[in-house]
Design a protein around this ligand. Structure first.
Ligand SMILES: Cc1cc2nc3c(=O)[nH]c(=O)nc-3n(C[C@H](O)[C@H](O)[C@H](O)COP(=O)(O)O)c2cc1C
Length: 245
């Protein structure tokens, strides 16, 4: 209930024992068939962080935070194990990518919760999937491995307020899905739309509605299509697009 993304960090390093405890807690996450088809690349070296920075649109926290974690969907290790044990892996398809991505994300969130429990701050970076092709090269990810999300971690230099959430009943459906009427949408988004932050965003972005800030500026169709093309190419290059029997 106290989670907030931290975007400013002290330069205090995270000691190895603490980092390992947090990572170990992460690995207690459920994974598909307990296959653990993910890997975590830990970056603390400032040169590699500098290389990664443009992949994350130069967001300052990538170089400021002492630890950068890249969570990857990874069938490489499992495939190798299968091949060394006279088993034929069938994991070069789109479903396997989704499976491994789910594993990677569950571990990532468990790492975040464990980190916060220890007084560390975290922030996810969604830029990972936009520039996965470049991250593959920088982190030397072999075939079967795709970066899914990045988490920066360190001791917080700020205590931002909690961000808003839609009311619980907006996101929970009892028994079956109850689709939203126009009135429901008006009601559920009213609080968010009335916030001072919204007013500020409308002014800064010169937009009439908050939704337009998302569709026109933050997550535009043009960008989504361009980044989709990059990601589909990465899926192909990393060996997850063989969808024939
Ligand atoms: C997958 C994912 C990607 C995100 N990417 C970014 C990012 O690139 N930069 C950033 O500042 N915050 C990023 N965030 C943080 C969100 O903006 C943040 O979680 C959201 O605004 C809610 O705020 P809170 O985490 O403080 O509750 C990301 C969060 C998620 C889950």
């Amino acid at each position: 209930m106290n989670h907030r993304s931290i975007r400013k960090y002290k330069n205090t390093p995270v000691d190895e024992a603490t980092l390992n405890e947090v990572l170990l807690a992460g690995t207690r996450a459920s994974t598909t068939g307990n296959m653990q088809v993910y890997s975590i690349v830990v970056t603390t070296n400032s040169e590699i962080k500098q290389q990664l920075a443009p992949c994350h649109f130069n967001q300052a926290m990538i170089t400021q935070a002492p630890v950068v974690l890249t969570f990857c969907a990874d069938f490489n290790r499992f495939n190798k194990w299968c091949e060394q044990r006279k088993a034929v892996p069938g994991y070069d398809n789109f479903l396997s990518f989704v499976t491994a991505s789910i594993d990677a994300l569950l571990v990532a969130q468990n790492v975040c919760i464990a980190a916060e429990e220890k007084g560390l701050g975290i922030c996810y970076l969604g830029t990972t999937t936009y520039t996965a092709n470049k991250i593959v090269d920088i982190l030397k990810l072999p075939k079967g491995v795709i970066p899914i999300t990045t988490v920066v971690m360190g001791y917080p230099e700020e205590v931002p307020g909690l961000t808003d959430r839609l009311p619980l009943h907006a996101v929970v459906h009892r028994e079956v899905y109850h689709d939203y009427t126009e009135d429901d949408i008006n009601r559920l988004y009213a609080e968010k739309e009335a916030m001072p932050l919204t007013k500020q965003l409308l002014k800064e972005n010169n937009k009439e509605t908050l939704a337009q800030v998302f569709t026109d500026n933050r997550y535009s169709k043009k960008d989504n299509v361009a980044f989709s093309k990059v990601l589909l190419q990465v899926l192909h290059d990393q060996g997850f697009m063989n969808n024939q029997e």
